[in-house]
Design a protein around this ligand. Structure first.
Ligand SMILES: *[C@@H]1O[C@H](CO)[C@@H](O)[C@H](O)[C@H]1NC(C)=O
Length: 125
């Protein structure tokens, strides 16, 4: 029994190591009003930016992190929203209660998907 548990623990550790370096699935929406932001107040950080949802926000510890975001598919009836591109964004804001994992700038969203879709499935790392 103890033996079985430690094998299980090892498998979990190895799995989380693998997942740690690979992409995490989520969903993304977009927004258009970039300044002021929760991380940088009135400082302009360009347009390749994103806001973190509550589960990622961690009291602002995520501020300044860069994510490579790829569109993986639709979440609604808009067919084939993905452009096939990926985009690197910097976390500059917090979106409390937003509809997805990441709230991308409209420019970042438009790089990876058709904005008409509104919300898409993503992988990010
Ligand atoms: C972002 O991720 C995608 C898919 O994982 C990869 O093809 C692309 O090269 C990455 N871009 C950068 C700049 O790391």
């Amino acid at each position: 029994m103890a033996m079985g548990m430690s094998v299980l623990t090892t498998i979990c550790v190895v799995l989380s190591l693998i997942l740690g370096v690979s992409a995490t699935p989520g969903t993304a929406t977009f927004y258009t009003n970039y300044v002021p932001s929760a991380c940088y107040r009135n400082q302009n950080n360009g347009v390749m930016i994103a806001a973190a949802s509550d589960p990622l926000w961690a009291n602002g510890a995520i501020c300044g992190k860069m994510y490579n975001v790829t569109c993986t598919g639709p979440t609604n009836p808009v067919p084939h929203p993905c452009t096939g591109n990926s985009v690197i964004v910097k976390i500059v804001d917090h979106c409390p209660g937003c509809g997805g994992t990441l709230d991308l700038s409209r420019e970042a969203f438009a790089t990876i998907a058709n904005p008409v879709a509104g919300i898409i499935k993503i992988d990010y790392h």
